[in-house]
Design a protein around this ligand. Sequence first.
Ligand code: NAD
Length: 502
Amino acid sequence: MSRTSTHDNDAAVVRRAGEDTPARDSFPPLGHFIDGAFHTTAAETIALIDPSTGGTVAEVPSGTRADVDRAAAAARAAFADWGRTTPRERADLLLEIASRVEARADEFARLESLDTGKPRTVAADDVQGTVDVFRFAAGAGRAFTEAGAAEYVRDHTSILLREPVGVVGVIGPWNYPLLMAAWKIAPILAVGDTVIVKPAEQTPLTLLLLADVVRDLLPAGVFNVVLGIGPVVGAALAEHPQIDLVAVTGSVGSGRAGAAAAADSVKRVHLELGGKAPVVIFEDADLEAAAEALRTAGYWNSGQECGAGTRVLVHESVADRFVELLAEQVGAIAVGEPGAGDDIEVGPLISQAQLDRVRGFVERAEGEGARAVVGGRALPGPGFFLAPTVLVDVEQGTEASREEIFGPVITVETFQDEEEAVTRANDVVYGLAASVWTTNAARSLDVPRRLDFGTVWVNSHLVLASEVPWGGFKGSGYGRDLSVYALQDFSRTKHIQLNHAR
Ligand code: NAD
């Protein structure tokens, strides 16, 4: 790929919005939501930073073990009644939550954009996904059954029951604060568990708005929010003896810490961790379609997306042509603040630390022989913007080809044959998602079956639906979000056997 010329990438500029941020007096109450009430006072606080400007947006309490204790007691007490409600009663409430969020969709989206810097279209998509997952879980909860009664031992009738597990602790990430919380809360409530959610410390606002929106709807203690940092509040949720299951969406390190803390109480663990999705492009692929799809799938949410198509493996015979097409697409991406227009595709990274981290990956990759044909540099501030980047001449086994960069960066490697492509695609610790691009019918089923990833798309990437499971293998964790499999993960099976011999 060394023949590919460097693309004119000076086009990327940050489009600014002017005054278009939600006013502070439109914020939800800024405090923990425990037992149906907000608690806004605290000894220590966390400053929320607007990633588009670097300015401080608000301060929220930083929770303690005592806050988790209170939430766990409230959730445990509420479970006594909530766990005995019928699927239909719970479904009615979930449908009402969906309607209320939908009615205030714009407010949710604007708040999410403020907290994360994400473009308004991305935030609106998150809100729409949130509404849909509550509706899906409402219906799925009513249709969710175990096998009926049967006699497997003579004169003994077995009944299999599906039960809630009890109190679930949820630890969330900052990349999709509302959506990732909803992916947990909806199935958890649908099966009759109560829940305590700890949002990522950087991005609690939309979860607090959700609490405010449903505070008069759900019985006190069914849904709780404790704000704070991972090693304190997250660790307490994972370790707490009154919590029956902990679900972590985040990096591999946080998942590992949560699972280790959960071990003492032999708590069930549900992990949705990082990813490094390979995009395997064969010589028979529709290259234009692949390049166009990656403009979205590689850069959606500034590439801060666990399923992002970030690691292209392209057949060497079509590599130069594909890189030209990709560079054209990526060079045309509109970068800006959320309020700068509905055509903005890429916003800032979440923080200065994340910008520095991603730049570090790019610089080290260049030090190892890679070359940016588009982007590769930070954009003038304020805010934490990086130009959408394509790195070519990336060698297999280097850091950029193995590690989750979690920014607007696609790396491109080449391969010679199908066997090599499959082996190298699988050669990462992650196993969340992958895509295969081919017009060969046999290859379109055979290659996905050999890829060690929880989702494999063929001729698309990053297309999700509430009906189908989302989750990984290997270092990406275990447990499934979305679909009936999430309801399974957040419930338990009980066998009751009746001896009726006479
Ligand atoms: P992170 O690991 O920094 O934080 C995630 C959560 O874990 C936060 O709430 C944090 O406070 C908490 N945490 C940190 N240390 C902890 C500890 N010792 N004990 C308990 N909790 C702790 O992740 P992030 O930076 O917020 O999110 C980005 C990561 O999440 C990426 O790796 C991304 O791939 C992954 N992610 C995965 C999915 C998925 O569905 N698989 C979805 C979104 C994000």
